[in-house]
Design a binder for this molecule. Structure first.
Ligand code: ADP
Ligand code: MG
Length: 332
């Protein structure tokens, strides 16, 4: 059905169903002029926003409405995770072109509601407008954190270990497989594509790492090279990252071979893994490595003095500067 026939209010009524997953901290959700929320005492409020534009951030020929909904929330929860926080609420604004159907929007919100349900996050409002040209989705997420556990980019100290969650490069490789129309060529391509279209934010790990005394954290949205440089710059430190320690999945290694590329390239410069990179003193790391974070942790390097810069040590042991190039919209 077309939106015009249904009308804005009826559409919001459809959206409104099943949006509150944690009743305790909401007085008013969707349906009034503003949401009314109950903040947890003595917690800092985290707020982050991300905008997704059709043909810049997604292509409806390679993603479904459900997947797009899931991902548009996931990328925001990932930013809350990278502060060490727990996500609580989201507001969602959408600009809808006339070629999309009501079913599309319902399915988009089903994907959003699925991940919000998973993480106990409420959808408490938004805005719905028409777009003359392409779909735009803006999600703002809120979260909370104990002030003592707040994870800035600026807290890394010389001597800390540099550690990542999960494995890197899968999403960037999955995107390339999608763009080249090759995702059905081999069975092992599929998990890479899945990691690109429905990334899982590392919310549990982020909060636990913060409790175990990580000193700085970033989510990996633009490739590892870019993210470690951001931490190094903000913390006024250098880093030595060892190429052979960077965790790569068996799938990305095999797919990279099939594409004539290196798995490492995707890990360093591919986008949208939404894993976490953090720094932590070695004593703290030995404690956290015994805990169950629901994901693996891999030490990839160490924090050194600022004057050395951010270095990549290759397989032969040769060092070179690791440039902060990654997926960047303005440098394409
Ligand atoms: P107002 O005119 O006061 O801005 P709206 O008619 O735009 O109110 O919205 C009515 C209610 O629906 C509000 O609670 C708003 O936050 C919510 N809402 C509108 N669009 C969306 C959307 N796309 N997703 C979630 N909530 C929405
Ligand atoms: Mg409005």
């Amino acid at each position: 059905m077309e939106f015009k026939k249904l009308g804005e209010f009826a559409l919001i009524d459809l959206i409104k169903v099943d949006t509150i997953h944690n009743k305790e901290n909401v007085v008013i959700g969707i349906g009034d002029d503003a949401a009314a929320l109950i903040p947890a005492p003595h917690q800092l409020q985290l707020v982050t926003t991300d905008m997704l534009v059709e043909m810049v951030h997604f292509d409806l020929s390679t993603t479904s409405a459900w997947q797009l909904g899931y991902k548009s929330i996931a990328v925001n929860l990932s930013d809350i995770a990278a502060m060490g926080g727990h996500p609580t609420h989201v507001v969602i604004s959408i600009a809808l072109p006339s070629y999309l159907s009501v079913d599309f929007v319902v399915s988009l919100y089903e994907g959003m509601k699925e991940i919000c349900h998973e993480f106990g996050v409420n959808i408490v409002g938004g805005d719905t407008v028409s777009s003359p040209n392409g779909l735009v989705i803006n999600v703002t997420a809120m979260g909370e954190i104990d002030p003592k556990k707040l994870q800035r980019r600026s807290g890394a100290d010389v001597g800390d270990l540099v550690v990542v969650t999960g494995s890197l490069g899968d999403s960037g490789c999955g995107l390339e497989l999608l763009q080249q129309g090759k995702w059905t060529d081999y069975e092992f391509f599929q998990p890479l594509v899945t990691r690109h279209v429905i990334p899982r934010p590392q919310v549990t790990a982020g909060a636990m790492l913060a409790s175990f005394g990580s000193t700085s954290m970033n989510d990996i949205s633009d490739g590892l090279a870019s993210e470690v440089n951001e931490i190094a710059r903000a913390s006024h430190v250098g880093m030595r990252i060892y190429a052979k320690m960077i965790p790569l999945s068996a799938e990305v290694c095999a797919a990279a071979r099939a594409l004539g590329k290196e798995g490492l390239e995707y890990a360093l410069y591919g986008g949208e893994d939404y894993q976490l990179v953090f720094t932590i003193p070695p004593q703290q790391f030995s404690l956290v490595s015994q805990a169950d974070l629901g994901t693996k942790l891999t030490v990839i390097g160490e924090v050194i003095e600022e004057r050395y810069g951010v270095l990549l040590v290759d397989e032969e042991g040769a060092e070179s500067l690791l440039e902060p190039k990654g997926y960047n919209h303005f440098r394409q």
